[in-house]
Design a protein. Sequence first.
Length: 437
Amino acid sequence: MNPIAIQLNDTIARGNPDLLQMLSPVGQALFFPKGILSQGAEAKEKAHRFNATIGIATDRRGTMHLDSVMAPLADMKPEETLNYAPSFGLPALRQIWQEALRSKNPGLADRAISLPVVTAGVTHGLSTFSDLWVSPGDGIVLPEMMWGNYNMVFAVRKGARILPHNLFNGAGGLDLEAFARTVQAEAKARGKVIALLNFPQNPSGYTPTEAEADRIADILAETADSGARVIAAVDDAYFGLFYTPEAARESLFVRLAHRHPRLLAVKLDGATKENFVWGLRVGFITYGCPITGDPGPVYDALEKKTAGSIRGTISNASHLSQRLVLQSMRSPEYPREKQEKFETLKRRALRVKEVLADPRYAQAWEVYPFNSGYFMCLRLKSVAAEALRVHLLDRYGVGLISIGESNLRVAFSCIEEEDIQALFDIIFQGVQDLTKS
């Protein structure tokens, strides 16, 4: 093992020995190389005459560039957009995102957490998390209704086992008994369990109540207290899009980050959905856990391992994308703009609830609980979801997503408020068409 990796592992073990055991073999071996990057950093500081270290091209104007590339970027400079960004991400963006995390989650105000490391979107964040913390054969606790790409990230690419549990109970809330049984069975069998917590949830559009969030945290802390090592991956891709009063406003990361020495919380979030910049691909990974002594060196070690994984895959996330997000977050108009978009989505979500309250739809479907995010789901009673999806697409030009035998996902995020009634009327008509045939 590389001496730098050994040194990082020693630092982690001194602060929390269970963290070192949670790391996958790849995670234990990862490090951030000193080589070219560290030599280049030293040269940037001291090479006042000639700097021939970095693999970019320059001329007397600075960073060499094509005017046709820079022309659409208005007042932005080539040095701020075309150069490589650090594998950790732009320092200013990491800092402002951490400040935003504390602002959006007041429970983090006085707690030590790592400085977020920038990823190329939340999916890349999940993949990087998998590199560090998921070993072949590890169990990933996920609801049966889940975002399909989790299977690709964890099962296909890492050889992990997906451990499904029922998502909702019959009372209109989360089936936390099913969640607890799955977590505890895996912990007892393997001594390690990874729970992936995605809220607002894709595909259902549900966020736990305060009481449900407390119980989720209790279940994981109790499991850690029983002797197992527990990793909670908190996928907060749609964080902040909460539309009804009962939805818990703080991330589960807050309840989990310092709960138990054998419980590691990893927050995976991004500007992607929160700031409506899907194609810019800017995500973040943040760590929180109890650490003996000064937490700084341990978090620094975890950040270096995370950046090492990024360095070894994509090198770094797009500098231009990071710069655009940073400039937006610094803008005095940023809070107003975000609130305006939030209100638009909230009106759509509440209109969906209003439309679906019509009792005539009851013969065709049940509505899964939803209170947040981009989506909601229907459980069809009399027709197959895939058959209905194809029929709606072919006959009415309406596109939806079928999930399993009977679930249909509707993305109200991309439907105008005034069109919502018509959309569900068409879905209802499609059910009638197939029932008659």
